[in-house]
Design a protein around this ligand. Structure first.
Ligand code: PLP
Length: 388
């Protein structure tokens, strides 16, 4: 499809940056399971030389994410963390990064256990107040790293406000858009320089692939990222690219159902006597609700809650008694998942640090899937009612 400038996001999910296979007319891009490409004479080829540098199936996916995020350039990696790694490799020893204090645990681990030793300096703060970030800015600040809504506390960070701080600091704004997806939130339109995805989650959407994506609209940034992607080599294979592209085709309809079910589950939990607190940005009294309303088109299907009593045992009992929800790491798939951040996704974060941000022992995180909401409610009801 040639002119895509007027297409809406639901159409772009299917057609964005895509063309039918030029050699056969295949509607889906073939899985080009090849490492190398024939050359007619040295340097004379059809645009591909070696699959680390470029692969047609991967390119189809890279064009898809660029189109969906309103960027110009897309890059695909073997995992979300490989995408994080590519961004950090743009920096030099002494450069400083300011990030949210309830960052995804894997990103936090890479920052503090790998890149800190290479001389990068990280600051973590509560980013719901831009003043906290401004206080940490200095002439060495190179990156402001935002995740919103945050994992697992569902804090909402004002992307436009962060873009302003970044611009003033002469730093780049990176937004990890894994939770919201481009269906609900498009950070480039709000001033972000780079958008990152763990496509393992909603974009792939079927819990069958691990993959990461970056998008930017800036040519200079894109060139640096492409250089690192090819030089460091953290790319994904053609089969995984295909699966992710296949997932993205239904992203818009899946998100609609995730949001609808998310609302039902959040409201149910809020009224349950065995539940203490529910974190979901769709609640009017959620501290980030107004910002969420401004920058997101809906509130998503990620919910965290604290069981009454709040002990590890209480939370453990609830997640173990769930049936339709599967107790597992990860999120964003068609199936509903439940997790216990303190012992699972956030186990790498020091206890004092995680308690400070609200990741208490009794916290349970739900990734509400696209099943029938009645079954999800019945399942939660059954598990919660078994608490003493
Ligand atoms: C899962 C996740 C990542 C890491 O992605 P992987 O594909 O697991 O490497 C990064 N950020 C967020 C918000 C995530 O949920």
């Amino acid at each position: 499809m040639k002119d895509q400038s007027d297409l809406k996001i639901g159409t772009l999910a299917i057609h964005g940056g895509q063309e039918h296979d030029p050699s056969t007319g295949a509607v889906m891009p073939p899985i080009y399971q090849t490492s190398t490409y024939a050359q007619a004479a040295p340097g004379v080829h059809k645009g591909y030389e070696y699959s680390r540098t470029g692969n047609p199936t991967r390119h189809a996916l890279e064009k898809s994410i660029a189109s969906l995020e309103g960027g110009k350039y897309g890059l695909a990696f073997g995992s979300g963390l490989a995408a994080v790694d590519c961004v950090l490799k743009m920096l030099k020893p002494g450069d400083e990064i300011i990030s949210t204090n309830d960052l995804y645990g894997g990103s936090y681990r890479q920052f503090t256990k790998i890149y800190q030793d290479f001389g990068l300096v990280f600051h973590f703060t509560a980013m719901d107040d831009a003043a906290n970030v401004e206080k940490l800015v200095n002439d060495k600040t190179k990156l402001i790293w935002v995740e919103t809504p945050t994992n697992p506390m569902m804090n909402v960070i004002d992307i436009e406000a962060m873009a302003k701080v970044a611009k003033q600091a002469g730093a780049m704004l990176v937004v990890d858009n894994t939770f919201a997806t481009p269906i609900l939130q498009r950070p480039i339109e709000l001033g972000a320089d780079i958008v990152l995805h763990s496509a393992t989650k909603y974009l792939g959407g079927h819990s069958d692939v691990v993959l990461g994506l970056l998008t930017t609209a800036d040519k200079d940034i894109a060139e640096k990222l492409y250089f690192i992607q090819n030089s460091a080599g953290g790319v994904c294979g053609p089969m995984d690219s295909f699966l992710t592209l296949r997932g993205i085709k239904t992203l818009d309809v899946r998100m609609e159902r995730h949001c609808k079910n998310g609302k039902v589950v959040a409201e149910y939990l809020r009224n349950h006597p065995k539940v203490d607190k529910v974190y979901w940005p769709g609640f009017e009294d959620h501290p980030g609700h107004e910002v969420a309303k401004k920058q997101m088109s809906d509130f998503g299907g990620m919910i965290s809650f604290v069981v009454k009593g709040g002990t590890f045992e209480d939370a453990s009992k609830v997640v173990s008694n769930l049936n339709v929800f599967t107790l597992a790491e990860s999120l964003g798939g068609v199936e509903s998942l439940a997790g216990h951040p303190a012992s699972m996704t956030h186990a790498a974060i020091p206890v004092e640090e995680r308690m400070k941000t609200g990741v208490v022992d009794g916290l349970i995180r739900l990734s509400v899937g696209i099943e029938d909401a009645d079954d999800l409610i019945a399942d939660l009801n059954n598990a919660l009612n078994q608490l003493g």
